[in-house]
Write a protein that binds this ligand. Structure first.
Ligand SMILES: [Zn+2]
Length: 329
């Protein structure tokens, strides 16, 4: 028998929809809140939580969650969806990248948070304990942040519980078109131990991390990667009608490395996201202010270009491209 589903004052009856704000603190300008939408299906089934805007200049994932909650009919839904379209509203309104303008912290690096910490730590704590942990499944939607052009991927933090990990790996494979990142504690690939999906996974939620889009853009093709991923996961979980597309061959991430500038100047980039880079390949040249080439930047290893920085001027040590070391899976 289906029952009412509620997160504090946001309450949805079976077959119904509810939305509202969950307060978690305040500033001198007013309350700090988390927007929540609940779609409570008429029939029993799993609860799926969707969160976007942990980094609130990552617009493709935010739009995908907004479109998803607008399109699902709770009358035809099995189970329920609890969605947070923009987790960090202060970043959203101020168009701030990476960190909260309130305390300078990265919400995806302070999990599991704490109830008596700074505003980002409290936000992480409330998100995790009052919203995400209400669900059996969770997708944390991201993109490249400002200045980052990113190849889509999905990841899952292995918990050491075989049954949960099999589900998490399956969801990541169902979501992403190409690249899967399954992390282990202390490893070099995401999701990392200070992030929200890792903390949710540790609490028994099958929580994946999914990236598409980047560089402060909102492109339909990037949104569609997220929409297709959500749809495929919901079909797999039998929450909506239709057959899930079975995951085809994927690339599994094993490691990743950043190629950096040693010299400074104008950057003439020679690779793009999704390119296969070979060891020793030239990825860029750097030109000083007199127009002389001062460095031909070569990749030390081979891999798949997963992140290309948008900056066209570099200083010593600046990142140029990050590549994944992968194997078929
Ligand atoms: Zn992000």
């Amino acid at each position: 028998m289906k029952t009412r589903l509620e997160v504090r004052d946001v309450r949805a009856e079976p077959g119904g929809r509810a939305q509202g704000f969950i307060p978690f603190g305040e500033t001198a300008g007013g309350p700090l809140v988390i927007p929540v939408v609940i779609l409570n299906g008429r029939d029993d089934g799993p609860i799926l939580c969707l969160t976007a805007g942990v980094h609130a200049t990552e617009y493709a994932p935010i739009d995908a969650v907004m479109r998803t909650v607008g399109e699902i009919d709770p009358g035809a839904l099995r189970g329920a969806v609890i969605a947070v379209p923009v987790a960090n509203l202060r970043m959203f309104e101020s168009r701030s990248g990476f960190v909260s303008p309130l305390d300078g912290l990265n919400l995806n690096k302070v999990a599991p948070g704490k109830p008596d910490g700074s505003s980002s730590e409290i936000l992480a704590y409330v998100l995790l304990n009052e919203i995400i942990c209400r669900a059996q499944y969770h997708i944390d939607l991201h993109a490249g942040d400002l200045g980052e052009m990113l190849l889509p991927f999905a990841g899952y933090a292995m918990s050491g519980r075989p049954e949960q990990d099999a589900k998490g790996e399956m969801l990541a494979r169902l979501y992403t078109p190409r690249l899967v990142s399954l992390s282990r504690p202390g490893g070099t690939i995401p999701p990392f131990a200070d992030g929200i999906p890792y903390a949710a996974s540790q609490r028994g939620v099958v929580s994946i991390f999914a990236e598409s889009g980047g560089n402060g853009t909102l492109e339909a093709a990037d949104v569609e990667v997220h929409l297709a991923g959500i749809r495929n996961v919901m079909r797999h979980l039998r929450m909506i009608a239709g057959e899930a597309d079975p995951p085809g061959p994927r690339l599994a991430a094993r490691d990743r490395s950043i190629v950096r500038a040693a010299r400074a100047g104008l950057l003439r980039l020679e690779v793009g996201i999704g390119d296969e880079i070979s060891a020793g390949q030239q990825v860029a040249e750097i030109c000083n202010v007199f127009g002389e080439v001062v460095e031909r930047v070569r990749s030390p290893g081979a891999g798949l270009a997963g992140l290309v920085w948008a900056h066209k001027v570099v200083n010593t040590g600046d990142p140029i491209v990050r590549y994944w070391v992968t194997e078929p899976c």
